[in-house]
Each structure stands twice: as C-alpha cells, then as structure tokens.
Design a protein around this ligand. Sequence first.
Ligand code: ADP
Length: 447
Amino acid sequence: MLGRFISFAIFILLGALMGALFFQWSGAFFGVTLTAFCWWFLEARRGYRLFHWLQQPDRAPVPHTRGLWGEVSDRVSRMLRESERQVAVSQQRLGDFLAAIQASPNGVLLLDQEGRIEWANQTAAQHLGIDVARDHQQVLTNLLRSPDFLDYQLFADFSQDVVIAGRDDKPQRPVRIAIRMHPYGDGRKLMLTRDITALEQSEAMRRDFVANVSHEIRTPLTVIAGFIETMQSLNLEPHETKRYLELMAGYSSRMKSLVEDLLILSRLEGSPLPGDDQSVELATLWDLTQLEAKSLSAVLFAMPKQQLEFHLPAEYNGMVLVGIPSEIQSAWSNLLSNAVRYTPAGGLVQAHARVDARGCLCLSVKDSGPGIGPEHLPRLTERFYRVDSSRSRDSGGTGLGLSIVKHVMQRHGGELLIDSQLGQGSRFELVFPPARLRGLSDATWAA
Ligand code: ADP
C-alpha cells in the first residue's frame, strides 16, 4: 500500500517537473493534473477489467492486474475459490445424504406447506404409486385418494400410522403400506412409508396358530373334564369306570402328541441349521422306523392287517445321511405313520430308498389309501390343515406332521414331494441333496 502511494507521489512529481521544465508554474500545475488523470485512468481501467471479470457467470482465469486492483482481484479470487470449494463439499454431502435416503428400506417424502411433493425416494414412489419426476410439485392428496389417508391429513392427528392399500394391492396378493407424517419447519411435512404386508401376514398367521392350538387343546380337555365330573357325581360300575378311564387316556395322549409336535416345530424354528458334524446311518434309520410303522399298524388294525413292505437295497447299507438324526427320523416316521394311518386294513404300504441320477437320496412311501384331491395338495404342509379331520384325529393325528416334515427338509437343503390322486393312493418322497450323503459307491449309483 505504501509502495503504491510512493509510486503515485513520484509519478505526480515527475509530471510537475516535466510541466515546470516547459511552462514554469502553470506547466507544473498542468503536469500534476495530467499525470493524476493518467494515474486515475489506469486505475479505473484495471477496476473495470476486474468488474467485468466478476460479472462473467463461468469465470475465465482472474485478469492479471497490478496495483491496488491487483491485490483486490487476488483476494476476490481466493474468496471465490474457497466458496466454490465449500459449495462442492456441501453438494457432495447432500448427494451422499440423498443416496443414503434412497437406499433406505422405508419410503421418505417431503411435502411443502401446501402439501406439494418436494422430494421423494424411489421406495416411497413405489409404495404410493407415484412418479418422482412427473409428480414433482403435485399436491399429494390429488394423487393419493385413499379415504383413510385423506381423513388422516384432514384431522392432522399424526401420533399414529395410517394404513392404506399399496399400489400393487390385489385381492389374492394384498399389499399394505403404513404411513406416518412428521411436521417440521414452517408447516412442512416429512412423510415415512413402510411396507407392512409381511408383518400383517405373520401377525395373522400367529393369531390363527394360537386359535388353532387353543381349539385343538380345548376339545380333549373339555371331554376329559366332562368324564371327571361324571365320575365324581355318579356311582359308576367298575366296567364303566374302566371304559371312561380308557377314553380319558386316549384324549390325554392326543394332547401329549400335540404338545410334542408343537415343541418339535418350535425347536425346528429356533435351532441353528444342521451342519455336517452329525449323521445317521441309513440302515439304522430304516430298521428303527420300520419297527415303529409295524407296531403302529398292529395297534390300529386288527386282522386283516395292512401289508407293509420295506425295500432297502443291500448296497445302501453303509450309506450315511449327514444331518440331525432326530429331525431326519421324525420326518421319515411322520410319512410312514401317515401312510399306515390313512391306508385301510388290507391295504399296501411300500417304502423305497434310491439314489437318483443327480445323486440325491430319495426315500419314498407309497400307499393304497384314499388318495388326496388336487385342491388339497398345495395346502397339505400348512399347520393344522387336514383333508379328513375325523380320520386324522381318530388315528392320533395332530395336523402338524407334514408341516414338520417340510421344515426338516428345508433345513437339510432337501424337499418333500407329494404325488396323490383321489382313490389312487398317495406317494410321499423325501429328497436329500448329494452333499448330505456319505458312503456312496459306484454300485450304489447303478442300483
Ligand atoms: P395329520 O396329523 O392330520 O396326519 P399331517 O400334517 O401329517 O397331519 O397331514 C395333513 C393331512 O394330509 C392329513 O390330515 C390327511 O388328511 C392328509 N394326509 C397325509 N398323509 C396322507 C396319506 N398318506 N393319505 C391320505 N391323506 C393323507
């Protein structure tokens, strides 16, 4: 600054000296005026160049200017660079923030004071059936005509969610969306949307399950309570007492089976997936379940009994199935017990083991029972689903057997196949993947 002042003073002095040299005092005055004007002109030109540079929207490099204006332009240029850097950082942050909201599993939508859409993520757009680009600045209530949502907006009680049908809602595949408004700022609103279809379905399933279990337990309990009351109030003959006690034992064993199956199901749902540290020998499994099936058949049927055939090729004897032995045994004996229970006396039940072309172990049981109509097949593995309820209960069924089987097979990476036709008998098959087999030889493949 001082340097500029000294240069200015020297410049003026030179002008005065030059003027005085030619025209004495009046020349000195003229010289001072002229040099001051030239100095001013140069400074004004530099200032104008800087001003012109600042006016350009996409600025060229800062003009090289000397003097006071040069210093000003340096500082302005530094300030501009800093503010551009800050804008870039803020934009980057905003971009990251919006990307994070886009990735959210919940829908997020911003509304202005008039309820117009300012911003929405893709999830919200998908939940509500709007198009983010097309519907920008549209009034949301013009697009979302659900009466429940309109009431929610009207009464402005945002302490709870409002639930509406989603865009893809269909009678056979309902979609339910929960919406919650959060007012903020000067009359703006943040709207959050959640797909609660799965939640509502699992809640409905839980309610059905509790109702089914209560019903299954209440019936035998009511009967047992009735017998106890009768035995307490009446003087029964010994043979009558014996008969009542037998019936009570039957009903209590039904409840016991139900509780046992429920415990198996809850263990299946809560325990870790089977690893490869446990296994069962196929021959052992075969012998054990064969014995069980034969004794069940003997208990259920007097003469003529059913014909039970078990075919396990000799070369499969050394085969080992990797998985949880109790679960595999429970799945296989459930299928055998169903075949025995639903096949009438004199009928035929055949169990086979084979390794198919893919290397899967298939354990199948075929019976000559009543068979199952096609309308029931997709629902057979649902909990408490029964085709013939009285037949199931009379033979000790709980309605949970096939649901247990399906669970066990899913946990072991396998599947349950069902093939049945009304009046033609049924065939149930457990298919275990090759990874669960040990002790497979070439002879086994050929078998
Ligand atoms: P349950 O304990 O009633 O047998 P499951 O889950 O094992 O329950 O079976 C569901 C229903 O499938 C049974 O109630 C029965 O109606 C039908 N079912 C199962 N296995 C057979 C079969 N081998 N033959 C005919 N119907 C069967």
